[in-house]
Design a protein around this ligand. Structure first.
Ligand code: NAD
Ligand code: UGA
Length: 435
């Protein structure tokens, strides 16, 4: 099957590469010239485990190519995936300008019947608009255009593994024929396929992200209560999760959710609900709880030191989660900005995201090349991302390198009892502090 993918970001690139890997001929298209130049050299523009090797293998086997030219890209494709970004507007609604541009470009360049497959997360009703735009702008009015909503559920950091081992593939269409074609394309993944209407598929994506975000804010609220009542949130989450109806996933308390999707999609769903004259009160609270939770370590540090003015603080882990270099909506951004505003000197380290972090963090931050360098002569450490390198770092080194070994752990990386043996003062989330 000849496939074109418009938008070669986290989703478009992983989708294109994985579809090539199961045997399809794929052309990935992007407006970003630097990205396409890198990809043509077989280099991945993003850090995603296993991705670069897979790009190179499929290019070598002539199943995968990259272009900036939409015309050349969609010329022979009978299936066109749309995977462009849908970031937040200032009011929280989804910015659909890239979707609109992609739809107009498709309409202008298609020369034969096509199935359009929307991977991007889009508000309910958007696929109907995409179809209308293409019908309006297409040059040859006899060309048939079918549309399929095929939302993406991969996580950054495990994107390839999620694509091959996902829980479900949702195919929403009002054309049985188009849905059959997309089902056939996806068969080699051997993942359960769930067919729905277009609008249900669009809603499944938002509802899933909103539900996962709700689980996180819920456990974070429980963790705040645990601190007041002397319970341990990790034990509570484990005990709750043993009930299959609740499940163990997404019950890790911490400094809240970040990333390119939960914050934007929860905000967008509140707006979608508002436009349908429905106030989504639960989701509004989920968002508010998350905002407060990002500040939790700062509050603990202010309580511990009275003032952060003049302190030297190491921040370990900058990306919004481990195994990615993505800094979009990372908790490190508001946390570090506030540390700087409070007069602290910040030494920062991330195993992979330092370069991306330099573009978004305040210019006062000093970036370090190792954990040792970051913690040397500091007054306390903030752990914001649970990278394996940070979790496995030798604990005995903290008192050795630091002025005073005080750790504020936003990801509950360690067993508090274990730290007592190392003369480390340890403050985590939803558990008693240990000294
Ligand atoms: P991204 O910003 O990483 O990539 C989007 C790409 O589209 C960019 O490379 C951009 O240059 C390109 N682009 C924009 N307009 C274009 C146009 N007119 N023609 C060609 N290329 C164009 O975004 P992403 O993280 O891959 O997300 C894409 C969509 O998938 C979003 O709707 C997002 O919500 C959804 N999604 C993302 C993830 C994730 O983990 N990142 C997971 C599931 C769903
Ligand atoms: C999330 C969803 O998990 C994917 O299914 C979805 O496709 C994607 O959003 C999307 O639509 O973009 P992702 O943002 O890559 O994936 O990462 P997650 O693993 O979900 O983590 C998101 C945030 O929640 C991170 O900041 C993480 O630290 C935080 N989190 C996660 C917690 O605080 N506690 C948890 O128990 C789990």
């Amino acid at each position: 099957m000849k496939i074109a993918v418009i938008g070669t970001g986290y989703v478009g690139l992983v989708t294109g590469v994985c579809l090539a890997d199961i045997g399809h001929r794929v052309t990935c298209i992007d407006v970003n010239i630097t990205k396409i130049r890198l990809l043509r050299e077989g280099k991945s523009p993003i850090f995603e485990p296993g991705l670069q090797e897979m790009i190179q293998r499929n290019m070598l086997e002539n199943r995968l190519r990259f272009t900036n030219e939409i015309n050349a890209g969609i010329d022979q494709a009978s299936i066109i995936y749309i995977a462009v970004g849908t970031p937040s507007n200032e009011d929280g609604t989804a910015d659909l300008s890239a979707i609109q541009d992609a739809a107009v470009s498709i309409a202008k360049h298609i020369k034969h019947d096509v199935v359009i497959v929307t991977k991007s997360t889009v508000p309910i009703g958007t696929n109907d608009r995409i179809k209308a735009i293409i019908e309006d702008h297409k040059v040859d009015k006899s060309i048939r255009v079918d549309i399929v909503s095929n939302p993406e559920f991969l996580r950054e950091g495990s994107a390839i593994s999620d694509t091959f081992n996902g829980d479900r593939i949702v195919i929403g269409s009002d054309s049985e024929k188009a849905a059959d074609i997309i089902e056939e394309i996806n068969k080699p993944f051997q993942i359960p396929i769930f067919r729905t209407s277009i609008r249900s598929a669009e809603m499944i994506k938002y509802a899933s992200n909103a539900f996962l975000a709700t689980k996180i804010s819920f456990i974070n609220e429980i963790s705040n209560l645990c601190e007041k009542l002397d319970a341990d949130v990790t034990e509570v989450a484990q005990g709750m999760g043993m009930d299959k109806r609740i499940g163990t996933h997404f019950l890790n308390a911490g400094i809240g959710y970040g990333g390119s999707c939960f914050p934007k999609d929860t905000n967008a769903l509140v707006q979608i609900a508002g436009n349908a004259n429905h106030e989504f009160e639960l989701l509004k609270s989920v968002i508010e709880v998350n905002k407060k939770q990002q500040k939790i370590l700062i509050e603990k540090a202010k309580k511990r030191f009275d003032s952060l003015d003049g302190l030297t603080i190491a921040v370990l882990g900058l990306a919004f989660k481990p195994n990615t270099d993505d800094m979009r909506e990372a908790a490190s951004i508001p946390v570090i900005s506030e540390l700087i505003q409070s007069g602290a000197r910040v030494l920062a380290y991330d195993p992979i995201a330092n370069e991306n972090a330099k573009r978004v963090l305040p210019k006062e931050v000093t970036f370090c090349k190792s954990i040792e360098e970051a913690i040397t002569k500091t007054d306390c450490v903030f752990i914001l991302t649970e990278w394996p390198e940070i979790v496995q770092f030798e604990l005995a080194k903290y008192p050795l390198f630091m002025n005073r070994a005080v750790i504020f752990d936003g990801r509950n990386c360690f067993d508090p009892k274990k730290l007592l043996a190392y003369r480390i003062e340890y403050h985590s989330v939803g558990r008693s502090s240990t000294y």
